[in-house]
Design a protein around this ligand. Structure first.
Ligand code: GAR
Length: 216
């Protein structure tokens, strides 16, 4: 049984998608704890209602990134996880923290990386005039929103979109690609080869949103 720890900061819909897929598909894995850096994260309610342990490590109680990350590390390591899943966890992590979990920490970012790292990715996409946008699941490296890409999901940008409409379309593919990617990790099917992630046996590491008739 593989052990998974999930970190959130807010709504937790990606966490929820992973928890539900794990239960529905009977993964050989257990979600040990949901840790939030915000006491008011809505996702904590879902976790508790589903019998998953929750923990808050409030970043405002710490005087720097090092001390916050050290406290976070202590909570994570209580469970000796095989995998740490960042699911809308909105804190920049120290290099030492990232290196400790190298090769066993995944993140989802709402853009087709390496385009649009950072915040307000949907507005960045609209401002750049791209016609295709999406989300990426990647292994976490010390460079923010960068690292070997496990899976990507693409959606069209449709005339009249604002950032909220685009975000909602992207979120749907996030909920599809993140559980898939986590499952591949749990099944021991992923290997990092430089900047690339190989999946064995092979299957598509991409997804194109199915919104027939809405494309341009
Ligand atoms: C998601 O769109 C996720 O991709 C994004 O935050 C949202 C969290 O939603 N993450 C980042 O921007 C990380 N750089 P959720 O809490 O409902 O999963």
């Amino acid at each position: 049984m593989k052990k998974i720890v999930i970190l959130i900061s807010g709504r937790g819909s990606n966490m929820e998608a992973v928890v539900r897929a794990c239960a529905r598909e009977g993964w050989p894995a257990r979600i040990c704890v949901i840790i939030s850096n915000r006491p008011d994260a809505a996702g904590l309610g879902f976790a508790a209602a589903n019998g998953i342990e929750t923990k808050v490590v409030d970043h405002r109680q710490f005087d720097g990134r090092e001390s916050f990350d050290a406290a976070l590390e202590r909570e994570i390591d209580r469970f000796e996880p095989d995998l740490v899943v960042l699911a809308g966890f909105m804190r920049v992590l120290t290099d030492a923290f990232v290196e400790k979990y190298a090769g066993r920490m995944l993140n989802i970012h709402p853009s087709l990386l390496p385009c649009f790292p950072g915040l307000r990715t949907h507005q960045q996409a609209l401002d750049a005039g791209v016609r295709v946008h999406g989300a990426s699941v990647h292994f976490v490296t010390p460079t923010l929103d960068h690292g070997p890409i496990v899976a990507q999901g693409a959606v069209p940008v449709i005339a009249g979109d604002d950032a909220a409409a685009l975000a909602a379309r992207v979120l749907k593919v996030e909920h599809d690609i993140y559980p898939r990617a986590v499952r591949w990790f749990i099944e021991g099917r992923l290997s990092i080869e430089g900047e690339r992630v190989a999946l064995a046996p092979s299957e598509p590491q991409w997804l194109f949103a199915d919104i027939a008739g809405e494309g341009v």
